[in-house]
Design a protein around this ligand. Structure first.
Ligand SMILES: *Cc1c(COP(=O)(O)O)cnc(C)c1O
Length: 388
């Protein structure tokens, strides 16, 4: 049967067709003249920055958002010249020069950082491409109302040293209706604060506030740009967001496609006698004679240990159970009811095989992780490749 040729014990495949499909869906959904920033932090949610960025560019995406400078450098290394990169999170002070040199857009959320960045841009005779993050109620990062006077003073002092690329904020949980009142209040504050910037003579090129959930649930808050992460990879931020979407549509099926498949192979097959324990400890006792398959993927590869004795994988087009404890580098499956399982057989950990499917959702429910968490924990070291 099919073998997975790879230099790593498992391989992650991304479907180019699914990437194009999801981005077409998002473009149709987003209002006219609203730019899409593709969020590729967390190694493109585990999909792999180096593969995902060029694939998204070929579908017309020209703006990418990351959390930190290491991620920005990886996008920079593979992107087209005209494509923009935006750092939404942490930049160590020593890296400001690099950020400015490479014309990377970046969020500023403290007066001190704004002064440092603009002063350095002034010395370097370049323009800093800043997005000022406003605190509207998430209470994480962002300028509060009491910091605005200082902010404007710095902006006046260095008015030739920056482009105000954006005024932005982040909403605290638009994926749940329980947060509705809080979100409305945040947007009200955002409008008020951006109005104050205008009144003081500072016009931002873009206003942006929403990620995937609010893009869907609050289309009126899309402003000039949406920062879309999880949707482009084919997942809904929450069940509620999906229900919100389909309940307003005639067609009730999911408009998104999954991009990722995660595959490994059988490394050994053996027989276990009735009454023997399998794997570490005594969590699995063979109630009858069994045939087991050993797969070279364990918790160090991102296959959660909490799937011990409960995970499901596909071998020869059939669902089989993971038995015993997941090891650091291996897992064991019960293949007693399959004929002729052989070393080298393809194993699907996530994805499809002969029309059977293991979804990330089923996987994350079993292991009690969010889709977001499970995907971003897929190690960078696993080989990744694009498929048609
Ligand atoms: C991660 C993130 C996003 C994208 O979130 P999704 O729910 O994946 O769409 C948008 N904005 C900020 C500031 C983020 O940190």
């Amino acid at each position: 049967m099919r073998a997975t040729a790879s230099h790593t014990p498992s391989v992650i495949e991304l479907s180019s067709e699914a990437i194009a499909h999801n981005l077409r869906f998002i473009k149709r959904f987003v209002r006219k003249n609203v730019r899409i920033s593709s969020v590729v932090k967390g190694n493109a949610y585990g999909h792999g920055i180096e593969l995902y960025v060029p694939a998204a560019e070929s579908c017309g995406i020209d703006h990418f958002s990351v959390f930190s400078i290491d991620e920005a450098a990886r996008v920079l290394a593979v992107k087209q010249a005209e494509t923009s990169v935006m750092i939404m999170g942490w930049i160590p002070v020593e890296s400001l020069r690099w950020v400015l040199e490479n014309e990377i857009e970046f969020w500023v959320f403290e007066p001190e950082r704004l002064r440092e960045a603009l002063k350095l841009a002034d010395i370097m005779r370049v323009k800093a491409h800043v997005h000022i993050e406003l605190e509207t109620g998430m209470n994480r990062t962002g300028f509060g109302p009491l910091e605005l006077n200082d902010t404007w003073a710095v902006m006046r002092e260095y008015k030739h040293a920056f482009v105000l690329q954006g005024l932005c904020t982040h909403l605290a949980g638009a994926e749940s209706i329980a947060n509705h009142v809080r979100i409305q209040r945040q947007i009200k504050r955002f409008r008020l604060l951006t109005g104050l910037f205008n009144a003081h003579g500072f016009q931002a090129k873009t206003l942006h506030a929403v990620s995937s959930a609010a893009t869907i649930v609050y289309p009126a808050f899309q402003f000039d740009m949406v920062r879309v992460g999880i949707l482009q990879y084919g997942y809904w931020p929450s069940k509620e967001t999906f229900i919100h979407y389909v309940s307003r549509r005639k067609k009730k099926q999911d408009p998104l496609n999954r991009i990722i498949s995660w595959k490994s192979c059988v490394m050994a097959v053996k027989e276990v006698r009735q009454g023997e324990f399998v794997s570490y400890g005594t969590t699995f006792l063979a109630a009858e004679d069994k045939t087991i398959a050993i797969v070279p993927t364990g918790y160090s590869h991102g296959y959660s240990r909490s799937l011990s004795n409960s995970g499901r994988i596909l071998i020869r087009g059939q669902h089989v159970s993971v038995i015993g404890m997941i090891n650091m580098n291996m897992l064991i499956a019960d293949v007693s009811f399959l004929d002729d399982v052989a070393v080298g057989d393809e194993v699907v950990l996530i994805g499809e095989q002969d029309s059977q499917v293991i979804s990330v959702a089923s996987f994350s429910e079993l292991s009690n992780q969010l889709n977001y968490e499970l995907l971003t924990r897929l190690p960078q070291g696993i080989m990744r490749r694009l498929t048609p």
